[in-house]
Design a protein around this ligand. Structure first.
Ligand code: GDP
Ligand code: MG
Length: 431
């Protein structure tokens, strides 16, 4: 989706004169891209009308940069589709919140419950999981396994068949234990049947959740809007999480789900594993759609893997890729690949395919990393080689190789950040 929209805008930018026909062609291409990405027709059509209303080419005085105005209008419209204007309920640390997860079977509820709990646990909350899915065989075992792996307390039963009772008991238990984020996983049927909605309503009534999160499989295509709306009509959905954005999901389902529930998208699931979970932010997401890159999800992930202090994060944002950051990346055993799942169209800075990273975790040596790691002044690099080699007991050639690797990354990172910071301004886009 992103590629096509970005191309449409690019093509428009290449035209010598931006007139009605160029604008129309650009809008047609964006419309096609959105429809193909499973955004509901009505939404696309509204968007087109709105853009044409904003961009009145005849009335634009000469000297106005039409391209920027059109780009800005497209950006704004896409943001508007995703931004409901009201933030969702936010749990408060230390104060008990009950959050209920709803969605069809297979949408990723149970997986997402654990990711959600894990996310908050990492940030100092005391979450707990309640399995109110008595419909599917093995549901409790699945939740139990997930929860145990993440060391999150859980509640459920093999014998009790009434989901409402389990939910009530579980919530009561964890309230007693002073958990501040009690997460209730519910069952989902294959279809949007009346029985499921009735059960959901009852669990909701009995546990009185502060927030009901609708979990949707991002790859379900045009069905997204109706499905989301059906859930919204039965339970007070307050937020949406779209899963499986790593697979064939085209992103449009997310737009439709937000529109149908009038609830913000708060996270997206990008894989089966615990850490494959990203905070959703409208503007970076839309920038990504428009091919403008986004690093915030990536930085979140680094933080999850390596507790990065604020200073390091700030450095990264300023384009300062320090040796320490590289070292810590390798330390975390390349869990992410070399900036692997970074959503920036980040080819590796070097030429060709990423070589296997040959700076292994043990490097730079037995001695603990010193302040060398925080010094990223290129002028200091060469003079350091001998010192580092001596200090770490490594061959000079190895140190040079490691520093070369570092320089490539540092340069890449600097130019990437420059690009990211520049484009929004040039396009006149706020962020
Ligand atoms: P539930 O029936 O709604 O509770 O769904 P589950 O949590 O059991 O998930 C159904 C399947 O989807 C499982 O195989 C999960 O591993 C998988 N799944 C969940 N979230 C994601 C995701 O973000 N990406 C991918 N690729 N798979 C996911
Ligand atoms: Mg489940």
């Amino acid at each position: 989706l992103g590629g096509r929209i970005a191309r449409a805008i690019q093509q428009m930018s290449n035209a010598t004169i931006v007139d009605e026909s160029v604008l129309n062609e650009c809008l047609r291409e964006i419309t096609r891209a959105l429809l193909q990405a499973d955004v509901r027709f009505e939404l696309v059509s509204d968007m087109q009308t709105n853009i044409k209303n904003v961009v009145n080419l005849d009335r634009l005085a000469a000297g106005h940069n039409k391209r920027n105005i059109i780009q800005q209008a497209i950006f704004n419209e896409l943001c508007k589709m995703l931004d409901t204007g009201k933030p969702s309920f936010m749990p408060k640390k230390g104060k008990t919140s009950v959050v209920m997860f709803v969605g069809l079977q297979g949408s990723g509820k149970t997986t997402t419950c654990t990711k959600y709990a894990h996310y908050y646990q990492k940030r100092g909350w005391k979450p707990a999981l309640v399995c109110a899915d008595t419909f599917r065989a093995g549901a409790f075992d699945q939740l139990k396994q997930n929860a145990a792996k993440a060391k999150i307390p859980f509640y459920g039963s093999y014998v009790e068949s009434d989901p409402v009772q389990i939910a009530v008991e579980g919530v009561a238990r964890f309230k007693e234990e002073n958990c501040d984020l009690i997460i209730v996983d519910t069952s989902g049927r294959h279809k949007q049947e009346a029985a499921l909605f009735e059960e959901m309503r009852q669990v909701s009534e009995a546990t009185n959740p502060d927030l009901a999160i609708f979990v949707m499989d991002g790859s379900i295509g045009q069905a997204a809007y109706d499905q989301a709306q059906a859930f919204k009509q039965s339970v007070a959905v307050g937020a949406v999480i779209v899963t499986k954005m790593d697979g064939h999901a085209k992103g449009g389902g997310a737009l439709s789900a937000v529109a149908a529930t009038k609830s913000p998208l708060i996270f997206i699931g990008t894989g089966e594993h615990m850490h494959e979970f990203e905070v959703f932010n409208v503007k970076p997401f839309v920038k990504r759609l428009l091919g403008m890159g986004d690093l915030s999800g990536f930085i979140d992930r680094i933080q999850d893997d390596i507790p990065m202090d604020q200073q390091a994060e700030q450095k990264l944002l300023e384009g300062n890729f320090t040796l320490r950051i590289m070292y810590e990346q390798y330390q975390s055993k390349l869990k992410m690949g070399p900036l692997g799942q970074c959503r920036v169209d980040a080819k590796r800075p070097g030429k060709g395919k990423p070589s296997k990273c040959r700076v292994d975790a043990k490097r730079p040596g037995k001695g603990k990393p010193s302040k060398e790691l925080d010094d990223n002044d290129p002028k200091h690099m060469d003079s350091r080689v001998m010192r580092i080699a001596r200090g770490s007991g490594r061959q000079v050639a190895e140190v040079i190789e490691m520093l070369d690797e570092y320089k490539r990354w540092a340069n890449f990172w600097r130019s990437k950040m420059k690009e990211l910071l520049k484009i929004p301004k040039k396009g006149g886009m706020s962020s």
